[in-house]
Design a protein around this ligand. Structure first.
Ligand code: SF4
Length: 63
């Protein structure tokens, strides 16, 4: 599974990082960045949950 953050849509709320810090981290510019792509299988469910919880739908998931 692959994930990416749309930098135009991200508004820096930090929800993705709080749900799945192994994969998402807030950058210095306050936009989320992806730490592990492809996402390790053990983190797929949590990363998917983070994507679904993003209020801006800024996280794209490719299964
Ligand atoms: Fe950005 Fe969405 Fe993460 Fe919030 S949850 S920091 S809007 S990618």
């Amino acid at each position: 599974m692959r994930v990416s953050v749309d930098r135009e849509k991200c508004m820096g709320c930090g929800v993705c990082e709080s749900i799945c810090p192994e994969v998402f981290q807030m950058g210095e510019d306050n936009i989320a960045k992806v730490l592990q792509d492809p996402v390790p299988e053990s983190l797929e469910d949590t990363a998917r949950e983070a994507a679904q919880s993003c209020p801006e739908e800024a996280i794209r998931v490719e299964e």
